[in-house]
Design a binder for this molecule. Structure first.
Ligand SMILES: C[S@@+](CC[C@H](N)C(=O)[O-])C[C@H]1O[C@@H](n2cnc3c(N)ncnc32)[C@H](O)[C@@H]1O
Length: 348
């Protein structure tokens, strides 16, 4: 499939699954929530370092921002609310409030952005902080440098790189974030799943969220695979669950159960998925879990000439980031002391 065809197909997939993705994945699957919590803690530490230790004012730019998970977090940390309004479990952060000038994001899915707006309004952040919080509909690949107040920190988290239209899209993303951060010596952070975690994490994860993205192609029989009927998993699988079967209720558009049945892993399809790191479902959803070698190669090629570092998630947090990897572009060369603080020596 050509890139523009893949973009069109993925766009309609994301628009269709936006609500279910928000409920069952962003706020739903425990292993995904743990990974998201790790990403947020890591980003907190990175921003704190840049603002307090490196002494710069920063602005955050979330590429493939989806339902604005990071806008919500950093909006809450930096926006004082009246006494009678609660900001959930996120405490105001005076250092962040002083040094984080803006939170912007881009996503191609109008449905995702609608959820994002509704969340930010419900949290009292929009329109209150509309002068500092931005959401834009558009392609991640057309980004250009955006001069403004503060050093840019561009992020693409929760394996956004893996759902950006295959290897061609992934390379374009690396290129796009470089264009955004290089002129002002900013930082880019890409957080992604790793191919060697497909067996332990992806299989169970996609099986127990198949009402969001469709029946994974490694499960048989392919009985209800049209979009008229939703396969709702009746079991939740967590990381390292070796079970080869999963119970499913096929629900029609009225939400009525048409049939309950058992799906079973096809060993050959499972083997193929693990060896390629390529998740596919019968609803045309695709996600790539790239190998560390491949991501490193792209970083070395596309981010050549600028300091960059690959970090295995497990080196920072085995429980929450075990299946993850981070690609960090440090265009301003500011982060060596930050990495040292995390226990990483120069060049490791
Ligand atoms: C895995 S979700 C992650 C959402 C969000 N970053 C989070 O962590 O909750 C990936 C997001 O990327 C968006 N996306 C995929 N391809 C895109 C593209 N080419 N341009 C812009 N957004 C894209 C999807 O609409 C989706 O919201």
């Amino acid at each position: 499939m050509k890139l523009h065809e893949r973009i069109a197909s993925d766009l309609s997939t994301w628009n269709r699954c936006a609500r279910a993705y928000e409920d069952a994945i962003v706020l739903g699957h425990p292993d995904v929530c743990a990974y998201e919590a790790f990403e947020e803690d890591f980003l907190d530490a990175l921003l704190l370092y840049l603002i307090r230790d490196a002494g710069v004012c920063v602005r955050l730019f979330d590429v493939g921002c989806g339902s604005a998970r990071l806008h919500l977090r950093y909006g809450r940390k930096t926006t004082p609310l009246p006494r009678n309004e609660t900001n959930g479990s996120i405490a105001p952060d005076p250092i962040m409030a002083a040094g984080l000038s803006r939170i912007d994001g881009i996503d191609f899915s109008a449905e995702m952005l609608e959820i994002a707006h509704a969340k930010l309004e419900a949290a009292g952040l929009l329109p209150r902080a509309a002068d500092r919080i931005g959401l834009r509909q558009g392609s991640a690949f057309d980004l250009e440098a955006m001069p403004g107040e503060g050093v840019p920190v561009a992020v693409a988290v929760c394996n956004t790189i893996g759902v950006m239209q295959g290897p061609e899209g992934a390379r374009k993303l690396l290129d796009a974030v470089r264009r955004v951060v290089e002129p002002e010596g900013g930082v880019a952070l890409i957080s992604a799943y790793r191919k060697d975690a497909v067996a332990s994490h992806a299989l169970g994860n996609y099986e127990s969220t198949m009402h969001v993205s469709g029946q994974p192609c490694w499960l048989k029989p392919a009985k209800f695979v049209s979009r008229d009927v939703v396969p709702v998993p009746l079991d939740i699988k967590r990381a390292f669950d070796p079970k080869a079967t999963i119970r499913v209720a096929a629900r029609n558009q009225a939400g009525e159960t048409v049939e309950e049945y058992l799906l079973e892993r096809d060993p050959d399809e499972v083997k193929r998925t693990i060896s390629r790191g390529h998740i596919r479902t019968y609803w045309d959803y695709e996600s790539h879990w790239y190998s560390t070698a491949r991501l490193r190669r792209w970083m070395d090629e596309i981010w050549a000439g600028l300091p960059h570092r690959h970090i295995a998630g497990g080196a920072l947090d085995r429980v929450r980031a075990g299946p993850a990897q981070l690609a960090v572009l440090d265009a301003g060369g500011r982060l060596e002391a930050f990495f040292a603080r995390l226990g990483m020596r120069k060049g490791t």
